[in-house]
Design a protein around this ligand. Structure first.
Ligand SMILES: [Zn+2]
Length: 311
């Protein structure tokens, strides 16, 4: 556990996959800690948390989940059992959480969706297998307290940060942004198009970065990696990165229709493991859909296969 400014504590938990760790934060408040994010629900999650919380001292008043990805929501139910504190989660994010983790048919939905975007059958099976790796380690809290952007939790304002996850919420107080996976220091947060996600996640993300630049927090405490000393500068860098990727996507398009799966090879190379390919296809599609919205690309779909050309 690390002690940060303003009495904030950071608890770093291991992740079995890259980037190998996730940060969670304990925010001090009059009624106790607001615990932001939970780590993956590994079999020893409860014991790990019991030890960390004993070291922190005091009670946990609230467990807050920034978004429904495994490393953030996975141990929410364990923490509720351990602390009896209410779990608070964004309404949109909880709806997607249930849709993905509470739904035994989700793997089928993913399979159909990769197929729709041009992945061959053998590859699709591998991609789906990858998406189930974390499933046994997700113990999200059913019926949490639902919140909306603009509301506050123990004096922290909830700021919408869509893109990496549609319903992701950051927390802002005293110029400190608890950034979840909205801003990361050295890693570029993944922004992908997934089944049942909003239509233009990259457009959402670029706008959310504009909002970060406007808010100009002094420091951002992210879900992975070091604190970010110049959040607005980092937001501009990430916008620049995606503008460049949009140009590269334009270059990869021509007058012959190509699928998101095919185009992911032009943009991310041929040398990817299934886990990498999953994200590559989803990222390629979020860039293609941004281009469709900007008028740089055209989408064709016959209900069997979706493809894209230059406009
Ligand atoms: Zn994360």
């Amino acid at each position: 556990m690390d002690e940060l400014e303003g009495g904030i504590r950071r608890v770093t938990l291991p992740l079995p996959t890259r980037p190998g760790h996730v940060h969670t934060y304990l925010l001090p408040g009059d009624d106790g800690w607001t615990l932001v994010d939970t780590g993956v629900g590994l079999p020893d999650a409860k014991e790990t948390w019991a030890a960390e919380l004993e070291q922190a001292g005091g009670r946990v008043a609230t467990v807050f989940v920034t978004h429904f990805h495994p490393d953030h929501v996975g141990a929410a139910a364990d923490l509720h059992e351990l602390t009896d504190a209410p779990v608070v989660q964004g309404a949109l994010d909880y709806a997607q959480c249930e849709l993905v983790w509470g739904n035994p048919a989700w793997s089928e939905r993913i399979r159909d969706w990769f197929h729709l975007h041009g992945a061959p059958d053998d590859v699709t099976a591998e991609l789906v297998g990858q998406s189930s790796v974390y499933r046994p380690f997700i113990r999200y809290q059913r019926d949490p307290v639902l919140v909306e952007p603009g509301e506050s939790v123990d004096g922290w304002e909830l700021v919408a940060a869509p893109g990496h996850a549609d319903g992701q919420l950051c927390l802002l107080k005293d110029d400190i942004l608890i950034a979840a996976d909205h801003l990361l220091g050295r890693i570029t947060p993944t922004v992908g198009l997934w089944p049942a996600s909003r239509a233009d996640p990259l457009g959402d993300y670029l706008a959310a970065l504009d909002r970060t630049i406007e808010l100009a927090p002094r420091i951002a405490l992210p879900g992975h990696g070091d604190p970010i000393e110049n959040p607005a500068g980092r937001a501009r860098e990430l916008q620049g990165h995606h503008r460049l990727r949009l140009e590269e996507t334009m270059v990869a398009l021509d007058t012959e229709p190509k699928t998101g799966y095919e185009l992911s090879f032009a943009l991310f190379g041929a040398d990817l493991q299934p886990a990498g390919r999953r994200f590559a296809v989803a990222e390629t599609l979020s860039h293609l859909e941004r281009l469709v919205h900007e008028g740089g690309a055209v989408r064709y779909g016959d209900g069997v296969i979706v493809s894209y050309t230059a406009a």
